[in-house]
Design a protein around this ligand. Sequence first.
Ligand code: THU
Length: 138
Amino acid sequence: MDIEAVKDRLLQAAQKAKENAYAPYSHFHVGAALLTTNEKLFSGCNVENTSYGLTICAERNAIFQMVAQGEHRIAQILVIGDTEEFLPPCGACRQVMAEFSNPETIVYMCNKNGQYKKTTMAELIPYTFSLKEKVNGR
Ligand code: THU
C-alpha cells in the first residue's frame, strides 16, 4: 500500500476512535491509530477518570492494544484532536511511543479537519531515554 493510502486508513481509524473518546472532564476528544511493521492496525481514544491523573491518552491506548495483541514495532502513528493546530502527542506519550518505535517511525499530527504535519520520532523526541542501550548484559 502506498504511503498516502496508509495515511488515509490511519486517519479514518483515528477519527472513528475519537468518536468513542471518554472525556467528560476536559471535553477534549482525541483519537490515535497506528500501523505496525507487520502492517497490523490499532486505534485508541482518550479515556478520562474522575480521579484525573488516571486518564490515559489516545496514543497510549492504541499502543497498549497493539502490545496486547503481541505486536511491538510501530511503523506509523497518527493522532487527531478537535484543534485548529496540528495536535502534538504529550511528553508521556512520546516516551511510550519511543519504546516501540525507531527514529524513522512516521508521526502524523492532525488538526480537526484532518490536515496534518508529518514528522518522525527522531524529531519529536531526540535524546530518548532507554535502558536497552545503557544496561549491558541484561
Ligand atoms: N490527550 C490525549 O489523548 N493525547 C495527547 O497527546 C494529549 C492529551 C487527552 C488526555 C485528556 O483526556 C485530554 O486530552 C485533555 O488533556
